[in-house]
Design a protein around this ligand. Structure first.
Ligand code: NAD
Length: 363
């Protein structure tokens, strides 16, 4: 049978992005899957080379190929952009941020060895929607005046941000969480919010989640408060399965769960719409480590595994994942973040971790 060749947009990004993306590209190329990479700039590097943080040709490439592997990007201050990532997710309506966090054997920096949770974060609404005004601007003053007119009080000269949660936006993310649970043999979906305080935003999220859950009687459902969920995750992470959350809580809980399984260096992710997929690690561009061949490429390599599964390249995905597990378990070719002692002499660099994974795949 003729092998499928996939064209994928490859976005090296900024800071440590190019190093971890190159490591992931090499591993994926060695996996047996056939990928043609279309390299595109985004973020600070795109601004420098093409005069735009999100060039049109980048957006056109993702829309054409439908799949991208992306390194983290930096948003330079004073460019009018709040965040390149938020803008990319909103422009392409990548409404789901999927972040599986599972334990690998042999990571000494984590307290648990049996975590397997999936974060489904709403990616386009909530406090990240970008309706925020600096203190003492005409916009902030107008909103404060409106609030005063309703008889409610807000301190004068406040900065103001607006939290927006819609019924349609909630329904599609909760449906995604249930469909994901069904397709991946998951047993429970927890909708996480603060509906006891934010009755009309998080309250709407909770109500819509409860209603949507009725369409999935085969999957257990629970509605939980964000604060006690954080305590529960830290104390008994193995009682959680799939979590669906509004944007801000999802962002924070993603890093919390990354911490439960060994840190940002091993936390992969995907940004999905109904027909587009941008795979990227949870971590940012860690500018202080740029060009040092120091950081962990595994989060980006595992994002590549998610991509291979999305492309239905199961054998290649299994091969990479198994090799990553062996390299982590052996602990001989891992980066500083997976060591108890940061001066551990067995520490290797980004490139050497990728080399070790490629070598294991060959066996
Ligand atoms: P960060 O994730 O870049 O780094 C925080 C710390 O986490 C680092 O100093 C490092 O100690 C550790 N770390 C991160 N990635 C690691 C890896 N692969 N291996 C080992 N250790 C790793 O977060 P930050 O410092 O808050 O943000 C830096 C920049 O990244 C900002 O400009 C931010 O906007 C951007 N950012 C981009 C994305 C994205 O593109 N998706 C996501 C988050 C932050």
């Amino acid at each position: 049978m003729k092998q499928t060749i996939h064209t994928v947009t490859l976005i090296p990004g900024d800071g440590i992005g190019p190093e971890v993306v190159e490591a992931a590209r090499r591993v994926i190329d060695a996996s047996g899957a056939k990928i043609e990479w279309e390299i595109m700039n985004a973020g600070a590097s795109a601004l420098e080379k093409e005069g735009s943080l999100l060039p049109d040709r980048l957006l056109a490439s993702i829309k054409k190929n439908r799949v991208a592997l992306k390194g983290p990007t930096t948003t330079p201050i004073g460019t009018g952009f709040r965040s390149v990532n938020v803008a990319l997710r909103q422009t392409l309506d990548l409404y789901t941020c999927l972040r599986p966090c599972r334990s690998f054997k042999g990571i000494p920096t984590t307290r648990y060895d049996n975590v397997d949770v999936v974060i489904v974060r709403e990616n386009t609404e909530d406090l990240y929607i970008g309706i925020e005004y600096a203190h003492d601007t005409p916009e902030a003053e107008k909103i404060l005046a409106f609030v005063a007119g309703t008889g409610k009080k807000a301190p004068p000269h406040s900065g103001v941000g607006i939290k927006v949660i819609s019924e349609a936006g909630t329904r599609r993310i909760v449906k995604f969480a249930f469909e994901y649970a069904r397709a991946n043999g998951r047993k429970k979906v927890s909708a996480v919010h603060k509906a006891n305080i934010m009755k009309f935003t998080d309250g709407l999220f909770m109500e819509v989640a409860k209603k949507t859950a009725q369409e999935y009687p085969d999957i257990m459902f629970e509605s939980r408060l964000i604060d006690e969920t954080c305590a529960g995750l830290v104390q008994r992470p193995n009682t959680f399965d799939v979590l669906v959350l509004p944007n801000l809580y999802g962002d924070i809980v993603s890093d919390l769960c990354a911490g439960l399984v060994g840190g940002l260096g091993v936390a992969p992710g995907a940004n999905l719409s109904d027909d587009l997929a941008v795979f990227e690690p949870t971590h940012g561009s860690a500018p202080k480590y740029t060009g040092q061949n120091k950081v962990n490429p595994i989060a980006t390599i595992l994002s590549g595994v998610l991509m291979l599964r999305y492309l239905k390249e199961k054998a290649a995905a299994d091969k990479v994942e198994a090799a990553v597990a062996v390299v982590i378990a052996e602990g001989k070719s891992t980066t500083y973040d997976l060591k108890l002692d940061r001066n551990d002499p067995s520490t290797v660099g980004t490139k050497e971790t990728a080399d070790a994974i490629i070598q294991k795949m060959g066996k």
